[in-house]
Design a protein around this ligand. Sequence first.
Ligand code: ATR
Length: 280
Amino acid sequence: MILSGKAMVAGVMGWPVGHSRSPRLHGYWLESYGIDGTYVPLPVPAGKVEQALRALPVLGLRGCNLTVPHKEAAAKAVDRLDPAARRIGAVNTVVVHPDGSLEGRNTDAFGFIENLREGAPRWDATAGPAVVLGAGGAARAVVAALLDAGVPEVRLANRTRARAEELAADFGGPVTVMPWEWRGRALADAGLLVNTTTQGMAGQPPLEIDLATLPPSATVTDIVYTPLVTPLLAAAKRRGNPLVDGIGMLLHQARPAFHAWFGLMPQVTPELRRFVLEGL
Ligand code: ATR
């Protein structure tokens, strides 16, 4: 793509940022919609994110995404937060307004629920409890999305119980904390199982969980997408449970950000999915 002098510029701040799929993802959309714009990796070390964010309006950038380790620090650095970012306590998208002020948003909850609805159209939020494993930043976005979708109960289990207790206290509502050792037992009448831990990621041991009591109709999803079929998803597949892999959350969380910066709500297509997976 050849840019004009009026090209719109956005990017992703992270450290390291070299592994990020976002330039490939946004680049695909910019190219396929013929937009005069670009999306670049921005290697910003820990501790420098406020300085880097304040440079965005000075340089005329539209905004940026934030990835590890900047999501929480960005929430403190911006001028205001949208309701999702405030609730989740982390910012994955910054929008520069015409007056130069910075708005922090969080589109991870949107990405999670859109991916789930697309991948498991028969999943009914109200049909049963959702079991969520993990209590990090990703879990906070997942719990926010599930409560908004109307699940009757979220059962939360985390290796470090105190983190799960904190998450439950922050969110209020029907979130109950289960001991990590009971994670298998929490599945008995569940309608959904979500892994938000790093277990099952390439280089990590598989998530250990006994799926014996999980109803065959329950949907199983993993936010890990390297590998695309995690040991958890493979085990659920053998039992015949409906599955949703994690790459779609990455693709869908990018849509509202692209819309905010470049003015068009892009679509997730099978070609885009293939294109982003090829880069993994
Ligand atoms: P993210 O923001 O992507 O969610 P995170 O905050 O580092 O990342 O959270 C990682 C999650 O994986 C946590 O829930 C973590 O559990 P702890 O809170 O006990 O650290 C979980 N996790 C990491 N390694 C784990 C392991 N070996 N067994 C079980 N859970 C693990």
